[in-house]
Design a binder for this molecule. Structure first.
Ligand code: FNR
Length: 360
């Protein structure tokens, strides 16, 4: 069916499961162990509802435009860095780049992208904001070269991913690669295919000192991605980083890591001053405009989506990615205006609360 007949981001997911290769579906959809965090990322959003206000302002005009990390964007949404877009579509990440360019959306390029950074920058339009996601190499001199290269190409920030110092068992992916009964008889523990979530070059020895290493090699703002606690947001602030992405890697690393929207709510309740000290973003489980609006109202500067873009790229290529942006834009606009805001600045924490009656 045509991209325009997709009405929800979930429609793309449903089609992706039908049409993607088994390998691509298993890799994209995978989450770790029993997938509690994967489910919780989405379930947690259903525990927050709006407190709409009416008759407050003229809703015939308005905008979803905003700025984060000094970048102007058409809505507070970015493409989270994800490896291997070519598994879903032969043109890979370049489809995301072209759609993001048309929509003025920030794309974070994965260290493990299937297109080269040169190809991705080549596909971008003039001044299109691209962020580079960095996995640190055991050989720091290679990381140094890479950081300098992407800065020269025009990257607008370095997004340092810190939640993958160790492997995880990505269950669906591991099942897809598991031995069949035909070869089980000859398999020993040593020969069983282990799902390597982490590329061989990635360093397992990451510390807070690595922020200084990145700082030494670039003038670009640093965003730390993969923060999973209020305490580590504070650590980021004390290390002077310009931005953090509260993320559990889409439920692909520690199972039972908490939902990012809950950490965001915790910060809002306990340490609201942190929102003034660094730009806080979240990703994981965002599947509709209302999810975006909840996070922004609670204080996030922007939110990232991973799988929805991969699925749409897999089913409809660039046109699918564009449709995802169109759906999000429509849903964000509708949600904002229906709860009493026609600009991003007008979204306030009081507009969101736990589901159920408020008697406090
Ligand atoms: C990812 N993610 C990821 N993160 C990162 O920093 N570097 C990477 O290379 C990848 N690769 C990757 C591949 C795939 C297939 C997925 C699904 C995810 C994590 C990603 O940036 C993001 O945190 C999650 O995808 C957010 O969750 P949702 O939106 O997929 O629910």
């Amino acid at each position: 069916p045509p991209a325009q007949s997709m009405m929800l981001l979930r429609d793309f997911e449903e089609w992706a499961q039908r049409v993607l290769s088994e390998t691509a579906w298993a890799y994209y959809r995978s989450a770790s162990d029993e997938e509690h965090t994967f489910m919780e990322n989405q379930d947690a959003f259903r525990r927050y509802f709006f407190r709409p206000r009416v008759l407050v302002r003229d809703m015939s005009t308005g905008s979803t435009e905003t700025t984060f990390m000094g970048i102007e964007t058409s809505m507070p949404v970015f493409i989270s860095p994800a490896a291997m877009a070519k598994l879903g579509h032969p043109l890979g990440e370049v489809n995301l780049t072209r759609a993001a360019g048309d929509w003025d959306i920030v794309q974070a390029i994965s260290s493990n992208a299937s297109c080269s950074v040169d190809e991705i920058f080549e596909a971008s339009s003039e001044d299109q904001p691209l962020i580079f996601q960095l996995y640190l190499n055991k050989d720091r001199s290679q990381s140094e070269t890479l950081i300098r290269k992407v800065e020269k190409l025009g990257a607008r920030a370095i997004m340092f991913t810190v939640d993958t110092s160790w492997d995880s068992k990505r269950t669906l992916d591991s099942r897809a690669k598991a031995p069949t009964s035909a070869d089980a008889s000859s398999a020993t523990v040593a020969t069983l295919p282990v799902n390597r979530a982490i590329s061989g070059y990635q360093d397992r020895n990451l510390t807070w000192d690595d922020i200084a290493f990145i700082r030494k090699n670039t003038k670009l703002p640093i965003i730390v991605k993969g923060i999973q606690s209020l305490e580590d947001v504070e650590m980021c602030v004390s290390h002077g980083v310009e931005g953090v992405v509260i993320s559990n890697h889409g439920g692909r690393q520690a199972d039972y890591a908490p939902a990012p929207i809950d950490i965001l709510y915790e910060i809002r309740a306990l340490r609201p001053e942190l929102f003034e000290k660094t730009e806080i973003m979240i990703d994981g489980g965002i599947r509709c405009g209302a999810d975006v609006v909840k996070a922004i109202a609670l204080g996030a500067k922007a939110v990232g989506l991973g799988r929805p873009f991969l699925y749409a790229n897999g089913t409809h290529g660039e046109e699918g990615v564009r449709r995802v942006m169109e759906i999000l834009h429509e849903e964000i606009t509708n949600t904002m205006r229906n709860i009493g805001a026609n600009t991003i600045e007008q979204l306030k924490p009081e507009m969101v609360g736990p589901a159920g009656p408020w008697v406090g």
